[in-house]
Design a protein around this ligand. Structure first.
Ligand SMILES: NC(=O)c1ccc[n+]([C@@H]2O[C@H](COP(=O)([O-])OP(=O)(O)OC[C@H]3O[C@@H](n4cnc5c(N)ncnc54)[C@H](OP(=O)(O)O)[C@@H]3O)[C@@H](O)[C@H]2O)c1
Length: 380
């Protein structure tokens, strides 16, 4: 028996739902099932990323005046995405939202006042979330061209960590032979900071959380010592290594007791550059009172990016692109998942000992059915 159109739509939509993972709430039925379906991830409520990030079909907006519509190609999964999804910045994150602060795409249409010439340009859309979807609509002024010699992978990891590491090293690296330390040294940005310090003749002490698995990695970087933070006596070891003088600078992406210990290991007038909260715990609020002689600075890339002229941002990106080319600010890729496999991507992201960044492959996914969908691509 031939089914009516609404019933066929319902059936197709049911298949669509099972093609993807379970989607909470009521979803709109796509209007034109013949068209390639647009797919996005969305967060309706803050919470653990693997519970609250869901997928849904959607109809992308038409770009308005000054806007462009970007067909996203590849996006990164970064700790800042996970922290935002968990609700840490809920005061400045209106719900619902499409996550993803970093990714690369191609301009596919432009709104009024934007040159048609931009169509087809590969760009990094900065300054907002929304990379984890097929089409992102954003302001043209926030789009920065990707160098033609860059691969999509280099581009998709070419902004947040490279620019942050470059700014923090440029601002705070001391003159050698001052002693410095970098924690979360196995992280992508930790490795970049170490390589950038090496370029200015500084060999930092690297702090890692796991006793295993770091030796080979650290042997490829110029470090003066590797300390494991799960072993006791961290502050004593840092004190010994600095000949009793203390650290000149420490870069802290962890916070909590580990960040506190680093601050306490500074020499008088030393600087703690606190830029991440991988432990999920803030630094002690008493730290500044306990150690008034330590300078504790908070670095947040977004503060600079949102208060800087486009021209200055482009110049900074140009510098950083050079460092990506020569490997100083390059990142390894642990795995690439299709956007529809967001749950597996988030599981991979949370796996200790992951070697490199997790990427989401986007547009190719929109044009395939479930059975054709590309397998997980892992690269060394
Ligand atoms: N403030 C800013 O503007 C800014 C900009 C860029 C990055 N960041 C921050 O920099 C940090 C690292 O980012 P990323 O992209 O480089 O991360 P990533 O490459 O995804 O690496 C994170 C790695 O850090 C290690 N790690 C996780 N939890 C840890 C903990 N509690 N203690 C010590 N090490 C831990 C893990 O390595 P193992 O499993 O090998 O131990 C993990 O794979 C994040 O906190 C991020 O938010 C901040």
């Amino acid at each position: 028996m031939k089914r009516s159109l609404p019933s066929r739509r319902k059936q197709a939509f049911k298949e669509y739902q099972t093609d993807h993972f379970t989607v909470s709430g009521t979803l709109p039925i796509p209007n034109q099932l013949e068209e390639p379906r647009m797919f996005r991830t969305i967060v309706q409520a803050f919470g653990p990323p693997n519970e609250v990030v869901v997928g849904e079909p959607y109809e992308p907006q038409v770009p308005g005046p000054g806007q462009v519509r970007i067909r996203m190609l590849l996006a990164s999964v970064n700790p800042s995405d996970l922290v935002t999804i968990s609700g840490a910045y809920r005061s400045r994150t209106p719900l619902p939202f499409v996550p993803g602060f970093e990714g690369v795409g191609v301009i596919e249409s432009v709104g009024a006042g934007v040159p048609e010439l931009l169509v087809g340009q590969r760009v990094l859309p900065l300054g907002s979330a929304g990379a984890w979807q097929d089409m992102k609509v954003t302001e043209a002024r926030w789009c920065f061209p990707v160098p033609p010699d860059f691969t999509d992978q280099q581009a998709a990891m070419g902004y947040i960590n490279p620019l942050s590491a470059w700014m923090m090293v440029r601002e705070y690296a001391p003159v050698p032979p001052a002693l410095v330390a970098v924690n979360a040294a196995t992280s992508a940005i930790g490795q970049m900071i170490i390589r950038m310090l090496n370029r200015v003749g500084v060999q930092p002490i690297a702090l890692v959380r796991r006793p295993d698995g770091h030796r080979q990695l650290m042997s490829q970087l110029g470090v003066s010592a590797v300390l494991c933070t799960s072993e006791v006596g961290l502050r004593r070891r840092l004190h010994e290594l600095s000949g009793g003088c203390g650290l000149a600078v420490a870069w802290d992406a962890v916070g909590g007791t580990e960040g506190d210990e680093l601050a306490r290991a500074l020499r008088p007038g030393g600087t703690l550059v606190h830029y991440g909260l991988l432990s999920g715990t803030p630094l002690s609020p008493r730290l500044r009172d306990e150690y008034p002689e330590a300078r504790i600075v908070l670095f947040r890339l977004r503060d600079w990016v949102h208060t800087t002229e486009r021209h200055a941002l482009q110049l900074a990106l140009n510098e950083v692109f050079e460092l990506i080319r020569d490997g100083t600010a390059a990142s390894k890729v642990a795995a690439v998942f299709p956007l529809s496999a967001i749950r597996q991507a988030l599981e991979c992201e949370a796996t200790p000992g992951r070697q490199g960044k997790v990427l989401l492959s986007i547009s190719s996914d929109a044009k395939t059915t479930n059975s054709e969908r590309s397998p997980i691509i892992r690269t060394p």
